[in-house]
Design a protein around this ligand. Structure first.
Ligand code: NDP
Length: 253
């Protein structure tokens, strides 16, 4: 029974795996037996420290630098992982940015940067990884969306629009590639304590968000990783186009 939750024999690429939620996913995937490729954009030291912590446990991992908002770099990332490890069974589109600004003051550059990273990046990486998955007739892609893609948020329109777009991308890809043995699903975390959000925890907005959670505590990156691991594993073989919500109860579908 528990074998169905194992990732032994699988190669998993986690974009944005050098910090926060991505690092927790990378460590958990390795713990479940996967060979792990950790994608990062600029913080090589952070990526190296995730790799070191995985190797300390006797598991296999390597870091790969790429800006996923650039389609050529996303293609090179996927090719480099396939060259190093032979295949990609699981792709976790986790890399993301979340600058905030009032909508009327949002510049074209900021709008483009968020859409390019948070929505185009997952498309670029998925498009590059899919041919190998189609050839093998198997694969699992997990998009890291957000609760804010489900409910919207002031001063985060670009982020919310990207994360909502990811849910449409997920369902469309699930319908297009499910018949070829590939599952595509999303995880929509609620406010999770990482570099992206740490500053908000001890503010009025942070306290308000905490008070609305039935769990009465914010999720940790490991809570998000658990949902991702499930979707990557064979235990989720009947999950296609779904969204899991590790959000402490902040949004209920
Ligand atoms: P962090 O800011 O802690 O980490 C972001 C990661 O993404 C880093 O590894 C960073 O690499 C990488 N990254 C950013 N831009 C790019 C890019 N253009 N190309 C490649 N890698 C990039 O974020 P979190 O761990 O908090 O968030 C991870 C994901 O979870 C994001 O998609 C986020 O939107 C989503 N999420 C987070 C929530 C939260 O509350 N924290 C809630 C809901 C969703 P580097 O350091 O090298 O730049």
């Amino acid at each position: 029974m528990t074998e169905r939750f194992s990732l032994v024999g699988q190669v998993v690429l986690v974009t944005g795996g050098s910090r926060g939620i991505g690092a927790a996913i990378a460590r958990a995937a390795a713990e479940s037996g996967a060979v792990v490729a950790v994608g990062y954009r600029e913080d090589a030291d952070a990526a190296a420290s995730v790799i070191a912590s995985i190797r300390e446990t006797g598991k296999v991992a390597a870091a790969f630098r790429a800006d996923v908002s650039n389609s050529a770099e996303a293609n090179q990332l996927v090719a480099a992982v396939e060259d190093s490890f032979g295949k990609i069974d699981g792709l976790v589109n986790n890399a993301g940015i979340m600058p905030s600004s009032p909508l009327i003051e949002t510049s074209d550059e900021e709008w483009d940067a968020v859409l390019r990273t948070d929505l185009f990046g997952p498309f670029y990486c998925s498009r590059a990884a899919l041919p190998g998955m189609v050839q093998r007739g198997s694969g699992s892609i997990v998009m890291i969306s957000s609760r804010l893609g489900q409910i919207g948020w002031p001063e985060l329109a670009h982020y919310s629009a990207s994360k909502a777009g990811l849910l449409g991308l997920t369902k469309s890809m699930a319908r297009e590639f499910g018949p070829q043995g590939i599952r595509v699903n999303a995880v929509a975390p609620g406010f999770t304590i990482t570099d992206m959000t740490r500053d908000i925890v001890d503010t009025e907005s942070g306290r308000r968000r905490l008070a609305e959670l039935p769990a009465r505590r914010f999720p940790e990156p490991e809570n998000v990783a658990s949902a991702v691991l499930f979707l990557l594993s064979d235990a989720a073989s009947m999950f296609h186009g779904q969204t899991l919500n590790p959000n402490g109860g902040g949004f209920m579908q």
